[in-house]
Design a protein around this ligand. Structure first.
Ligand code: 5AD
Ligand code: SF4
Length: 469
């Protein structure tokens, strides 16, 4: 798509700011609260921060309390059926809130409702949903909300989902020391199982200067960790008028002054370059952690997934990474029971886990997605077989993760402290540069800061320790 059609004009963004002012005037001066519930990936989290930013500009205060909310916005995910069912079920529960609180506004947006059939479901089966908009309509939320209020009529807005870039929207950051920065949107890869290209449109990169400015502002504001987001960050810059590689962008980000760590996700193995690995190795600001989704260890399945790499090419990349950065932490995504996956194919995936020895894996049972090629493949796997393979996969990785965690005992690790532990409110919790979860006792003031923690004990998914100072 032409660049001029992708970039939303400054006039259009100003028009939306005008709608934000109009909503504010319309609703008057009293206190009002908005709740934004987010499902799915970090891109959705980042989108929700823009939505919340716009709601703040309309005079709403952001809350987590659904009883208090005057407006609830559900930002949905479509990547697996489970995520869709969760979002639908929570939206169903909000019906009762609306019965109790007249005037409560309910909106739904994001990937799930960017599919025509889901939009129709919501329209007909969820009459208490006041407004709906797809991912390409995010920047028009103020206009949609204003129209709903003014006309008192439900609003449903989907376009062709081809996508756009909207700069200059306000943002409400949910965290004061970790921030997301989207560097590109959409995906062109059409992996045969994946719905993302259909709901988030084609790949499009933000301008270099816009990204550098955002990172500079975050660094100046004291953010400790900045995660660059894109469905496939390795394609960054190819569509710009002056093309630039992701590795070059990273190198420029690392020149920004400040005490912050850079992370990025996600990288497609077919586009991960040695140049990128070299830039990582040369820059201490970039976390020694790499998320490289494998999806399957079988070349036959990889081809049917349309992944465009082989296990050999993948292993070559891993070897180069470890040669340059022996201590790098590797994580991956795996899909179990893709249509036609034989016992032998599955064993190939287990074999890759044992060879690579990931620090952690995110594994999912294949979920059929309407409109994707794999949904039409005749050889879908029996759910009992899928569950059995999934359990074996988890067991295989647990052994590796537990062994790797054990190696940390006695070491002193730098931990970015995130808050109190969810399972033990006497303890603080944080993550290391390599994304290891660490629990330890310490003062509240450490939240948002780095702490040196001596590791005394480990479990499969967590480390335990004490302050080293
Ligand atoms: N079924 C199961 N897992 C999927 N993913 C994407 N689409 C599907 C699907 N249809 C997984 C992939 C991807 C991660 C974000 O979600 O592993 O990397
Ligand atoms: Fe989906 Fe593949 Fe694009 Fe990732 S690269 S979003 S798995 S189509």
């Amino acid at each position: 798509m032409e660049r001029s059609k992708v970039l939303i004009s400054a006039e259009e963004i100003e028009k939306q700011h005008e709608y934000m002012r109009k909503v504010k005037d319309l609703l008057g001066s009293g206190e009002r609260y908005a709740l934004v519930r987010t499902y799915g990936c970090q891109q959705n989290e980042a989108d929700s921060e823009r939505l919340a930013g716009m709601l703040c500009e309309m005079g709403y205060t952001i809350t987590e309390d659904e009883q208090l909310a005057d407006l609830i916005l559900v930002n949905t995910c479509a990547v697996r059926e489970h995520a869709e069912l969760k979002a639908l079920s929570i939206t169903g529960q909000f019906k009762h809130l609306k019965e109790k609180k007249k005037g409560l506004l309910i909106g739904i947006c994001g990937c799930m409702v960017s599919q025509e059939h889901r939009k129709e479901d919501i329209k007909h089966k969820y009459p208490y949903v006041d407004f709906l908009f797809g991912t390409a309509m995010l920047y028009r939320m103020p206009e949609i909300l204003y129209t709903k209020l003014k006309k008192d009529k439900r609003q449903f807005f989907l376009d062709d989902n081809s996508g756009n870039i909207a700069e200059g929207l306000p943002v409400y950051r949910m965290n004061s020391f970790k921030a997301w920065v989207s560097i590109m949107y959409g995906c062109n890869n059409f992996c045969s199982y994946c719905v993302v290209p259909y709901v988030r449109g084609r790949e499009r990169s933000r301008e270099v200067d816009a990204i550098l400015k955002e990172v500079r502002e975050l660094a100046d504001a004291g953010y400790k960790e900045i995660t660059l987001l894109g469905q496939n960050v390795n394609s960054y810059g190819k569509d710009l008028e002056e093309p630039i590689s992701f590795a070059q962008l990273l190198a420029r980000i690392c020149q920004i002054e400040g005490d912050f760590t850079v992370r990025f996700m996600t990288s497609h193995p077919k586009d991960a370059t040695k140049e990128l690995i070299d830039v990582m190795a040369d820059n201490k600001k970039i976390a020694r952690a790499f998320h490289l989704p494998l999806q399957s260890g079988s070349n036959r399945v990889l081809a049917r997934m349309n992944r465009k790499y082989t296990r050999e090419k993948y292993l070559e990349l891993v070897d180069y990474m470890r040669q340059k950065m022996p201590d790098i932490a590797l994580t991956t995504d795996i899909i179990v029971a893709f249509p036609g996956e034989s016992d032998e194919d599955f064993e190939d995936t287990l074999d890759m886990l044992k060879r690579v020895e990931y620090d952690n894996i995110y594994s999912f049972i294949y979920s059929k997605r309407k409109g994707t090629p794999a949904a039409e493949y005749p050889d879908q796997i029996d759910p009992a077989v899928a569950s059995e393979r999934f359990a074996r996969m988890i067991a295989c990785q647990q052994e590796i993760s537990a062994r790797k965690n054990k190696d940390y005992t006695g070491e002193i690790l730098q931990v970015l402290v995130e808050g109190y532990s969810k399972t033990d409110d006497q303890k603080l919790t944080g993550r290391t540069e390599k994304n290891r979860l660490v629990h330890f006792e310490g003062p509240e003031e450490l939240i948002g800061q780095y702490a040196a923690v001596r590791i005394t004990r480990s479990e499969t998914y967590a480390l335990f320790g004490e302050l080293a100072q």
